[in-house]
Ligand binder design. Sequence first.
Ligand code: ADP
Ligand code: MG
Length: 698
Amino acid sequence: MIRSALESEIQFLPGVGPKRAALLGKELDIHTVDDLLHLYPFRHIDRSTVVPIAEIVPDSANIQILAEVVSQNAQPKKLSVIVRDGSGEMELVFFKGIKYTSERLVPGSRFTFFGKPVSFNGRINMVHPEIDPATPGEGQKGVMTGVYPSTERLKNAGITGKVMNKLMAAALRLALPEIAETLPQYVLEENGLVSLQFAIRNIHFPKDAEALRKAQFRLKFEELFLLQLSLVKQKYIRSHGSQGFVMNKVGEAFHKCYDALPYELTGAQKRVIKEIRDDMMSGHQMNRLLQGDVGSGKTMVAVLTALIAVGNGFQACIMAPTEVLARQHFANISKYLAPTGVKAAILTGSSRTAERREAHQGLEDGSIGIIVGTHALIEDTVVFKNLGLAVIDEQHRFGVDQRSKLWSKTGIGTPPHVLVMTATPIPRTLAMTYYGDLDTSIIDEMPPGRKPIQTLLITEKQRQRLWRFIREQIAHGRQAFIVYPLIFESEKLDYQNLEQGYEKVVEAFPFPPYKVAIVHGQQANDVKAFNMDAFAAGRANILVSTTVIEVGVDVPNASVMVIESAERFGLSQLHQLRGRVGRGSDESFCILVKGDKVSKESKERLELLCNTENGFDLAEADMRMRGPGDLEGTQQSGMPINLHIASLARDGQILMTARTYAERVLKFDPGLELPVNRQLRIELSKGKYDIKDYSKIS
Ligand code: ADP
Ligand code: MG
């Protein structure tokens, strides 16, 4: 069989060989010439520009200087070389290749040096610059070159940036003509995209800035378009292909609950309930994500949704991620259900045997209409008579396996309708990807009458003032949360840290008259529940805790949220914590205590929180500041998909365009069966764009 140049093993590329090939495979997952060509530079350098030494800004990006060697000082482990140009002098430092380099850099000779200028002992130097002949940009005038991801091992094996450029050039010479177009002609034309060959050539060796821009746009668009095509296609398949229980009544229970509500639903709540109802009537399985900031009133939506299921003769379950939350949900939901006569029950890991037996019985015989619980709900021993709906609160805590277990609970092969609720606002572009195959509803309106939460940033110096302030609030009958982060690697140290904090608080708020409760993850469930209850019922003035209170806990009387070492938390986590107060009608405060040695970026993030109330705005800003891979607090550890070149943070505009375009393509040809779309079908079938964790929420 004749192997094409593109598919040939990387070891046969001139300059590689078996050793380097093994390393490239191991370090960068590059096995073929094709793989190599698809390793894109993360930035480009313009080697035609030379910076005068006097104008060098330390710690800037890599630069090129053109200079003459003045002197050398070679020691066994270090070579220092002084160079100068017309404007000044600087030092170059080498720790490796000392003999070779010192022989090459003869005083009086001239070279171009390329590297990152750093400031050391008040002077600028460059460590291990690349050395080239004196003529700047010789043989490559006006040509930009790429800078590629690398590792220490690759560099040690001599695969430097320059070597990478050479390998790329060789690969292009050999295999570029073989690169086949991946997008149909009409897609290129309608979106103003350059060909794949042009893009690959110019991503590695851009002819000029404009060519680079076109190449990047083409490659990013392709990546985001195929990803969205895959997501939207899955969504189509599910909404048109899968059977779902038809629930076309609203039902009496719904109306009874609705009519007894002590408040009017917000416009957003009403709209969302309508969206959910439409899904439940459609005959297809609902797979809907409900996003709503903390306090936006998702519980009510969950209850009314569950009542629709009950009104159509089905059972509903509401799953919470923690015991504490399940109990709180149950207490709230029971209140709402009182006027309806629908029987609800709770089932968690710490349910007592009798309680458990009763719940199992009621679920099996159908007397329980709504069950609230934790993971205990999906155990094999739990059998439903006719489960029709699952509401999952804070989806990120549930794994795929657990979700699929729920599927089987209906007993008859038809999956239950699924509503996933999250209080973690994520930017639109991220939502489109993480949940691109789900329908999404957003509660973007807060219940009326809420006072804004004042967010303040303070330091240790203001500690006494803070204590005084909390005493005042307590004197007014209010309560305070004080949250400590989990800081250290070791859990033991973490809890020591928390304990110390607790002791300080107890010292400042002695009993009597003050009562301080403490809750953390290492307590037994009943101890945790006891302390939580003491605070929720107002028996304790202060709750000291780790982030176990993060999600959902509702104590309307609490007016102060103190967050210690706030810089240690992610922004969205801080926002979640802040949402624990401001639930009553009193003015509330979130006080961020920052450590003394906090970086400028951390401080900026905390200030952003002080100035931004809306969770979605915050998430957008956070993403821009940190990039999406690090959206801590969304808990989506590990991106569900590896993007090669596009960035969800920076390429939002391209993503939107790609999404709209993908929808258009699929509307016209849902199965991608037309001959013009053959290539698209092939690309998707490669599986690169399957999102593993999120493709099935239930
Ligand atoms: P979420 O779960 O979205 O964080 P909750 O459902 O716990 O929010 O609601 C927060 C608080 O707002 C609760 O005390 C709830 O009773 C109240 N609430 C919900 N909807 C409304 C509304 N339409 N008008 C007034 N208060 C509401
Ligand atoms: Mg909630």
